[in-house]
Design a protein around this ligand. Structure first.
Ligand SMILES: C[S@@+](CC[C@H](N)C(=O)[O-])C[C@H]1O[C@@H](n2cnc3c(N)ncnc32)[C@H](O)[C@@H]1O
Length: 549
């Protein structure tokens, strides 16, 4: 049976006239269906019609003349190469899908790029669709083509393809093809595929194992399947263990919070606590904070941060960030701004030492339950940073190269949970989500070019733009935003301007004084209830916490 589609009634009339007397056909709404396989004579008529149709379509596109001569209905005309993906439109794909011989011939003559494009565009393929064109491609030397052929074969949900999929999954040399084959076995959603899927749970490639797991989850009510999946709790791969754990044991995250996700304890609203952050955090209930953004004291680089050793410094940060983890709400973010610091040499006969702070903190954060999400690089203009390049500029000797450090890291973490980010978003009402939407002109890359800010009193303040971006991208309106090392309180100002609430801790009175001065300019630092500044010492903060008001 062959379908010939036409555009309008006039075209239908002309096709009918050409076919009449040559072949038996029936009329449909938009074309004709040729019922019996055509005779040699009628093949020629049909071929002519089809060729005219394709040629007229292609000739409409710029620069293409006569590029298809066709290999339709078994006639052995050669089909020239299509030169650009733009030549392949939906109608052409549909025509090819309706004629498996034409599709075979087309796929045989095109380059890899066009074949891949066509395979990606094939769309729905029901059971009963001719498998031959796709089966032919399983011998193609291009792994992407084999994988896409399998992906399309999988759409047919045809259990008779199981041995084909198993063969490719077992013997193909390309891991992508093997993964696609196991995925195809799973997509059969047929009990007959269970033994094959179970056998691939022992595969060396974790992605193959995951595809097999995915296929088996459909049957996880069956005891034999469940038993096989449970065995994977001891698998060496962390993702496999995590997925199986969630599937078998349910949610791992146990929340002790009494508050709703979008709320927080009232006594934390818009306050600055002057004192050691470790002391202050003792009085903060679990799961109170929506977002933390901070730049910790540098290792012995400024007067406010003196530590006996690098180990002591890292240990201090580890303790603080463990507490930040405790007070953070489920699945919410922690953005840490750090960069390597350099300790100058004692004399010319000694070397200076560079401490890779971001890289040393990272494993500690992962261990305490933060999930790594992103690394953003804050890039400053070269003229704004210390010049380390002067010596090299003169001598140009290898090994003595010292680039100017114009970047700092913003490492983005999320409090580990098995819930998706969508879950967090759904904890807010629609109105709040709408109000919090990030407007146009947001940063699309992980390179943030922002000029540094220089402050007369504090030597390392955040540029307000840096805070604005972090707050807008990682919190909702009315959330509580925390900076444990607040310095001059830039994060607090940005939070107030963006209709969020702030909670800041800072141990140095002189920096707290800067924030106080700011009160004169920015009324949002005032307590809305009594109009007084919300500056507290640890003792007052502790008593407020006990009353939890
Ligand atoms: C890099 S600065 C932060 C500057 C801040 N981002 C700003 O925009 O002004 C680090 C701050 O942490 C403060 N700090 C250091 N140790 C602290 C501690 N144990 N508790 C509270 N604050 C501390 C320092 O006084 C310093 O102001």
């Amino acid at each position: 049976m062959v379908k010939v589609k036409v555009k309008n009634q006039k075209a239908l009339k002309s096709v009918k006239e050409k076919l009449r007397g040559n072949v038996s056909f029936s009329k449909t709404k938009n074309g004709v269906i040729v019922k019996k396989w055509p005779t040699k004579k009628s093949k020629k008529v049909l071929y002519k019609i089809q060729k005219e149709k394709i040629r007229s379509k292609l000739s409409k596109k710029k620069g293409i003349k006569d590029s298809v001569t066709g290999n339709l209905f078994g006639l052995n005309q050669s089909m020239d190469r299509v030169t650009s993906k733009k030549q392949i439109d939906r109608q052409m794909i549909d025509d090819l899908k309706n004629d498996s011989r034409a599709l075979i011939s087309f796929l045989e003559t095109q380059n890899d790029g066009i074949i891949i494009y066509t395979l990606e565009k094939l769309g729905r393929l029901e059971n009963g669709y001719s498998r031959e064109p796709l089966l032919n491609l399983l011998g193609n030397k291009n792994g992407n083509i084999r994988a896409l052929a399998l992906k399309n074969l999988a759409k047919m949900s045809d259990i008779s393809l199981l041995p084909v999929f198993v063969r490719c999954a077992s013997f193909d040399t390309n891991t992508e093809v093997r993964r696609e084959s196991v995925s195809a076995i799973g997509r059969l959603r047929n009990e007959k595929a269970i033994p094959a899927l179970i056998s691939f749970l022992k595969d060396n490639d974790p992605k193959v194992v995951m595809q097999a797991m995915r296929g088996l989850f459909v049957f996880s009510d069956r005891l034999d399947v469940k038993q096989e999946l449970i065995k994977l709790l001891n698998h060496p791969n962390e993702l496999i263990k995590e997925v199986i754990n969630k599937e078998i044991n349910g949610s791992i995250y146990k929340s002790n919070s009494i508050e709703k996700h979008d709320e927080f304890p009232a006594f934390l609203k818009n306050i600055v606590v002057q004192g050691d952050v470790q002391e202050a955090l003792k009085f903060v209930p679990e799961e109170s904070v929506h977002l933390t953004f901070t730049s910790p004291p540098y290792y012995n680089a400024r007067d406010y941060s003196i530590y006996q050793s690098y180990e002591e410094y890292l240990n201090f940060l580890e303790q603080v960030f463990k507490e930040v983890h405790r007070v953070t709400k489920e699945g919410r973010f922690f953005v840490l701004n750090t960069s390597p610091v350099i300790m100058a040499r004692i004399s010319r006969s000694h070397a200076s030492k560079r401490y890779p702070i971001p890289y040393d903190i990272h494993p500690l954060l992962i261990k305490m339950g933060w999930e790594f999400i992103d690394d953003i690089v804050w890039v400053k203009p070269e003229a704004s940073v210390k010049n380390r390049n002067a010596g090299f500029l003169q001598h140009r000797k290898p090994l003595g190269y010292k680039p100017n450090a114009i970047s700092e890291m913003l490492m983005v973490y999320r409090k580990k949970t098995d819930k998706l980010i969508d879950w967090n978003i759904h904890q807010y009402n629609w109105n709040k989500v709408k109000k919090s939407k990030v407007l146009d002109n947001y940063e699309t890359t992980n390179i943030w070019r922002i000029d540094p800010t220089f402050d007369k009193v504090h030597s390392a303040v955040f540029p307000i733009e840096l805070c604005n971006r972090v707050i807008k991208y990682y919190s909702f309106v009315d959330d509580l935003v925390f900076d444990p090392f607040a310095g001059s309180g830039t994060l607090g100002r940005a939070a107030a301007n963006l209709d969020r609430h702030f909670f800041l801790t800072e141990k140095e009175p002189k920096y707290v004084d800067i924030m106080r001065e700011d009160l004169i300019k920015n009324k949002k630092f005032l307590n809305s209830e009594n109009g007084k500044p919300n500056f507290l010492d640890i003792k007052t903060f502790a008593s407020l916490s006990k009353q939890n008001i």
